[in-house]
Write a protein that binds this ligand. Structure first.
Ligand SMILES: Cc1cc2nc3c(=O)[nH]c(=O)nc-3n(C[C@H](O)[C@H](O)[C@H](O)COP(=O)(O)OP(=O)(O)OC[C@H]3O[C@@H](n4cnc5c(N)ncnc54)[C@H](O)[C@@H]3O)c2cc1C
Length: 484
């Protein structure tokens, strides 16, 4: 591969790093290294350009550590990570002008604000006669590469998944370069600390204890999962107390690992395994990530509006006290509270529990899904606009291929089914740790036991809340039918 342009010359190539914070299987970096020209890796932190969806607190914590890690890796390759702040187009064209760069390579992103940003960068740099090249570094199937037979976007997962399987191509990851050629002079860079990404209040201890961001850690986690739990993924993936899932989501979001590397490792592990159904099940789940990006690109308004427009008239209740109880993990429903406390402490929540807490917020408390999406955005280390939007719209019943609104998760039966030993609840809700497995899922039924703890009473009765949610759905339908 080569970077070519009438103006290419021998000047340095800028690699604009975005959510591809790695050196292996990085097509932008590989192209730049192949050009044999000096390479300037640049990351521009420009939260203002991301508007309402600039990184939340947990994401900023992750980004801080990820940039430190990438910077150290680039140093080992004889290179540097240049950090700038401000509008990307302005910063990148300044670097290009000052250091005589004649080409820029970047990885495409699909969020509405990121698309706007890359258009601005392209037009500014091309106007300055810089050769600009965009590559795919973050998805297996970019949203514009998959369409129905009639050329429209997919709105249902299974046919989308089949279409992906039938267009599967070469998936060999690109090796990391052994050396990255430096320019004779480096542009000015701010320090990672200057970006002030770490929280000012002492809130991130749990994140420090739980995670080690960065490419090396991502590779280690992938190897452990592919050669271990992947084989029982289908049986274990719904059990939050087990190590049944990969926990690769933040690494995938920041591009510290590519989906191609994940698929390649999981496929290799499947070859050495008696049964490959769990490995396939895992890859199917990865395709949900592709589907989420497909939907976000084709329906960008869904970040804060329902895809099914009739849901815009849903009669929400939106009680702030109820929302606070949910955020703090004090709803009186042990599984919901365990999940919300896991989220606050670690920046992560198991997928099964995400569905339960989201359903509880939207259906039992009648709080708009957008409120939950915002809380997740601020607290998840894997906060991802595509996946988060899909997850919330799916649970709320207002998105593409969503669970129907009338299917309402029962927080008690979900708890009994998916945390049968109650170890997840005991870990995250220590006030209940002494209760027996037969009592712990519904502590309010055993008031004598419950009063001996500091655990709150239920903020709403599920049966009543369920009936109220269904009535609200009927009201919404009536309203929508009455519309001219
Ligand atoms: C309300 C709600 C909000 C969510 N918000 C996010 C979010 O902001 N960021 C995020 O990455 N995921 C989100 N998810 C999806 C899912 O919960 C996480 O991707 C998953 O729990 C991450 O853990 P893991 O890496 O161990 O997953 P694994 O089970 O090991 O799956 C591997 C990878 O597949 C992808 N994946 C798995 N399930 C889904 C899914 N349902 N939708 C999209 N991709 C999926 C992820 O990239 C994940 O890392 C949300 C789900 C719900 C219900």
């Amino acid at each position: 591969m080569s970077v070519t342009h009438e103006n290419s010359g021998t000047g340095p190539v800028i690699v604009w790093l975005r959510n591809d914070l790695r050196v292996s299987d990085n097509a932008s970096l590989a192209l730049a290294v192949d050009s044999k020209r000096p390479v300037i890796p640049v990351f521009v932190y420009s939260p203002d350009e991301e508007g309402a969806w600039s990184p939340g607190a947990a994401s900023r914590w992750w980004l801080h550590h990820s940039l430190l890690s990438l910077s150290a890796t680039l140093n080992e390759l004889g290179s540097k990570l240049i950090l700038r702040t401000g509008p990307a187009a302005r910063e990148l064209s300044a670097v290009a002008a000052e250091f005589g760069a004649t080409a820029l390579i970047y990885s495409r992103r699909w969020e509405p604000a990121a698309i706007h940003q890359q258009r601005m960068v392209e037009s500014e740099l091309i106007a300055n006669r810089i050769d600009v090249r965009a590559v795919n570094n973050s998805l297996l199937f970019e949203p514009t590469s998959i369409a129905t037979a009639s050329g429209t976007p997919y709105r249902v997962f299974t046919p989308f998944y089949r279409a992906c399987l039938s267009s599967w191509g070469e998936t060999s990851p690109i090796a990391a370069p052994s050396r990255v050629r430096s320019p004779s002079e480096w542009p000015a860079s701010v320090a990672v600390e200057d970006l002030r990404l770490l929280p000012r209040i002492d809130w991130a201890d749990g994140l420090d204890e739980t995670w080690t961001p960065g490419e090396f850690s991502a590779q280690k986690r992938l190897a452990t999962f592919a050669n271990g739990a992947a084989v029982s993924y289908l049986e274990q993936r719904d059990m939050p107390a087990t190590e049944g899932v990969s926990r690769l989501s933040p690494f995938l979001h920041f591009g510290e690992i590519s989906p191609r590397q994940v698929v390649s490792a999981v496929n290799r592990a499947a070859l050495g395994s008696v049964s490959s159904s769990s490995h396939e099940g895992y890859i199917r789940q990865l395709i949900w990530r592709e589907f989420a990006h497909h939907l976000l690109y084709h329906y960008p308004h869904t970040v804060d509006q329902p895809l099914r427009s009739e849901f815009a008239d849903f009669p929400w209740d939106n009680d702030p006290e109820m929302k606070t109880a949910w955020c703090q993990g004090r709803t009186g429903y042990p599984l919901v509270d365990a999940g919300m406390r896991e989220l606050w402490r670690t920046g992560y929540m198991h997928n099964r529990v995400r569905m339960v807490v989201a359903s509880f917020l939207v259906k039992d408390l009648l709080i708009p899904w957008q409120e939950g999406a915002k809380w997740f955005w601020d607290t998840l280390v894997d906060a991802d606009l595509a996946n988060n939007t899909l997850g919330w719209q799916w649970v709320a019943g207002c998105g593409a291929d969503a669970a129907p609104y009338f299917r309402i998760f029962n927080p008690v039966s979900q708890s009994e089914k998916f945390d049968p030993t109650s170890s997840y609840i005991r870990h995250w809700v220590p006030e209940l740790a002494e209760l027996s497995a037969s009592v712990i899922h519904e502590p309010w039924r055993f008031p004598l036991l419950a009063t001996s703890t500091d655990y709150p009473d239920r903020i709403v009765e599920h049966d009543y809340a369920r009936a109220r949610a269904l009535e609200s759905l009927e009201l919404m339908k009536a309203h929508s039918l009455a519309k001219p």
